[in-house]
Design a protein around this ligand. Sequence first.
Ligand SMILES: Nc1ncnc2c1ncn2[C@@H]1O[C@H](COP(=O)(O)OP(=O)(O)O)[C@@H](O)[C@H]1O
Ligand SMILES: [Mg+2]
Length: 236
Amino acid sequence: MLYWGDDMIHIENLTKKFYMGDTELIALKGLSFDVPTGQFISITGRSGAGKSTLLYNMSLLDKPTCGSVTIDEQVVTEIDDQKRVAYRLNNFGFIFQEYALIPTLTSIENVMLPLLMQGVKRKELELEALQALQKVGLIDKLKNLPSQLSGGQQQRVAIARAIAHNPKIIFADEPTANLDTISSQEVLDIFIKLNKNGQTIIMVTHEPEYARLAHRTIELSDGLIILDKLNSVKKR
Ligand SMILES: Nc1ncnc2c1ncn2[C@@H]1O[C@H](COP(=O)(O)OP(=O)(O)O)[C@@H](O)[C@H]1O
Ligand SMILES: [Mg+2]
C-alpha cells in the first residue's frame, strides 16, 4: 500500500472550451480528481486528448471555462490576473518539451533568472542555483551556454531552473519528447529522485513506458479521464 500526504490539489469539474469562429471545441469535459502531496502523476493519452490543456489549466497558465482548482485550500483559479503570475512563480516549476533557455545566458545564469525575478537576495541566489544544478548533475557545466550543451543537458538546466525555488508542484509537458533514450532516462531518473525527496510532480507524456514510472497514471481521451490507476512502483 502506498501512502502520501493529504490531498494538496483538488480539481473539480475542470472544463475548457475553445472557440474558433462559430465552432466550439470542448478540450476538457468536466474533469474532477485530487492529487495528494508527494505524488508523481503521469498524464497520458493520444495527441489531441487534452493533456497539455489540462496541465495549463491546472497550473494557471490558462483559465478554465468553468470548474476550479484548489491548492492547499486556496481556490487558485480565482486568483486575479495581477496576482496569478506571482503565485505561479512562487509555487510552481515548469518544464516543457523545448527547454526554453535564454541562449545568451550560461547555465547558472539561466537558473538564477527566475530567482532574481522573485526577489531572492544576491547571496542566496547563487547558492540556490548551485544546489539546483548539483541536483541535476551539472555542476561542471555552470559556465556553459545552452549552445555548448547537449539536448539532455539543456533539459537538465531547465529542470534546475524549475526546482531552484523549491516549488510545491512541478509541471512537465512532454519533457522527454525531444530527447534520445539515454537522455530521457536521465531526466526521468531526476524526476524520480526529486519525488523521493517529497516533490509533487505532474508530468504529461505520450510514452506508456515513461508514464508507468510515475505512482499514478491518468489517461485522457477526447477531454475525458478514461483511466486513473496506480502503477506498481515501490513507495519512493
Ligand atoms: N489554443 C487553442 N485553440 C483552439 N484549440 C485548441 C487550443 N489548444 C488546444 N486546442 C485543441 O484542444 C484539444 C486538446 O489539445 P491539447 O491539450 O494540446 O492535446 P494534447 O496535449 O493531448 O496533444 C485539441 O483538439 C486541440 O486542437
Ligand atoms: Mg500536448
